[in-house]
Design a binder for this molecule. Structure first.
Ligand code: GLY
Ligand code: MN
Ligand code: MN
Length: 441
């Protein structure tokens, strides 16, 4: 049996008119000049072992954003000479009898794909930019494509009302999952059982799927950044780190909470408070015009200042961060953009090159924040043996760290707290995931 593909023809709450407006806004932002644009949806990827199954199909995000369609083989074309609205044409494959019989697929509205070649032939000699999944047509201009992709990514960064609504729905489906998980969290429950309760509640509350592979790490597993839940059972006193979010209409929430099973020790409580405070302070800094690099570095300094106060690190926070000593305990960036996928629109502002500073090595974004951006703020502090047992790091940072204290906590795990925030045109951001409590109880 072939897996049935789900065919969405319009994202949550979107009308043909709002899609037209979105396309017109994007068209105005693309440096195409005389070039044509083809955006491919892509094709299902078959499982390798010939089981007549494919990985769940999703149209490429660049295609989905401008069509709202899950349409394998679809191509969205644009000719800027025909105008920002009239220039768009959606070419779709005709659904076959086998697809109707096996998958219940229905015809996606659009121009038959067979008409794409004549559409291109009528425009012969013009350069072609290709985005989305690669379209099987010769003559892609790689240089223009790169430029146009950079502009498209940037134009997609501010989320429109439909997108924000979808992210709100994803957040609304996520919150009850965390509440459910809290109910069942106790010593003896496995990471896998926690994942099942969490995800089942996401689905009951309207999720189409999870936004990414759910992370549930207990004890020392909580320090493995992208840990997959295992059969390990929670032990009294464990940190339990949960990083999971629902997806609704292709838009995702990306949330992390860390709990302690039972009574936290003073050390655990302090570590948690350092991360929580760094998170809250970082969120408050997420205002229009703030440089993400600066927000990241300020959070790194807050985290390091907390570790200095706890006696884990020695020195001046700013200097420790400059030496990248913070990456011993905070080895990832402060966050990323989120929306149509879990890394939607991240990267650098147009024209920027990678900042060579050591302290910024782990950043996923380098841009000034603007109204209607949605991004995660997710500081964390972890005891990661793979980093902390490295002799080169121990030598390099011998004076910066209280190594005997680190050795006592080498298997403690870690704390991360992550919320999704919407940048407001003025003032503090809105925390879209605020319904999920983050007090250590
Ligand atoms: N959910 C994975 C991350 O936050 O990067
Ligand atoms: Mn996350
Ligand atoms: Mn994240």
């Amino acid at each position: 049996m072939r897996r049935a593909a789900r065919f969405v023809t319009m994202p949550v709450n979107m009308t043909p008119e709002s899609l037209r407006q979105r396309r017109a806004r994007i068209a105005a932002a693309l440096p195409l000049e005389n070039a044509l644009l083809l955006i491919g949806a892509g094709f299902p990827v078959p499982l390798p072992e010939g089981s007549d199954q494919a990985y769940p199909f999703r149209s490429h995000a660049e295609y989905f954003h401008l069509t709202g369609a899950e349409c394998a083989g679809g191509v969205l074309a644009f000719d800027p000479r025909d105008g920002a609205s009239a220039g768009w044409r959606s070419f779709v494959p005709l659904v076959t009898e086998a697809e109707r019989v096996w998958e219940g697929r229905t015809q996606v509205a659009g121009t038959p794909l067979a008409d794409l070649e004549p559409w291109l032939a009528a425009r012969r000699g013009r350069p072609i930019a290709m985005l989305g999944a690669r379209v099987a047509h010769p003559g892609c201009d790689e240089e223009i494509s790169l430029r146009v992709r950079e502009a498209l990514t940037h134009a997609r960064r501010p989320k429109d009302d439909h997108e924000i609504d979808a992210i709100r729905r994803a957040a609304a489906a996520t919150a009850p999952g965390y509440a459910k998980l809290r109910e069942v969290l106790r010593p003896g429950v496995t990471e896998r059982a926690l994942q099942i309760e969490l995800e089942a509640e996401f689905f009951r509350q309207g999720a189409d799927r999870t936004g990414y592979g759910s992370i549930v790490g207990t004890g020392s597993n909580s320090a493995i950044l992208h840990f997959e839940p295992s059969a390990r059972a929670v032990q009294a006193g464990d940190f339990v780190l949960v990083d999971a979010g629902a997806e609704v209409g292709r838009y995702v929430a990306d949330v992390t909470r860390t709990y302690v099973a039972g009574q936290p020790t003073a050390f655990q409580r302090d570590l948690y408070q350092v991360v929580l405070q760094a998170e809250e302070r970082a969120i408050a800094r997420c205002v229009v015009g703030a440089e993400w690099k600066a927000v990241h570095l300020a959070a790194a300094e807050d985290l390091v200042a907390g570790l200095v106060q706890m006696g884990v690190m020695h020195g001046k926070p700013a200097s420790l961060v400059e030496q990248e000593a913070h990456t011993l305990f905070f080895p990832h960036g402060l966050g990323h953009m989120v929306g149509l996928g879990v890394r939607d629109g991240s990267g650098r502002a147009p024209g920027r090159v990678k900042d060579p500073r050591l302290s910024l090595r782990t950043l996923r974004m380098d841009l000034p924040l603007a109204a209607d951006y949605v991004l995660t703020v997710e500081p964390g502090l972890y005891f990661i043996p793979a980093l902390l047992n490295d002799p080169a790091r121990r030598a390099r940072f011998s004076d910066c760290v209280n190594w005997p204290l680190v050795d006592q906590h080498l298997h403690l795990g870690g704390v991360r707290i992550e919320d999704d925030v919407l940048i407001n045109s003025s003032g503090a951001p809105e925390i879209l995931t605020r319904a999920i409590p983050k007090r250590l109880e």
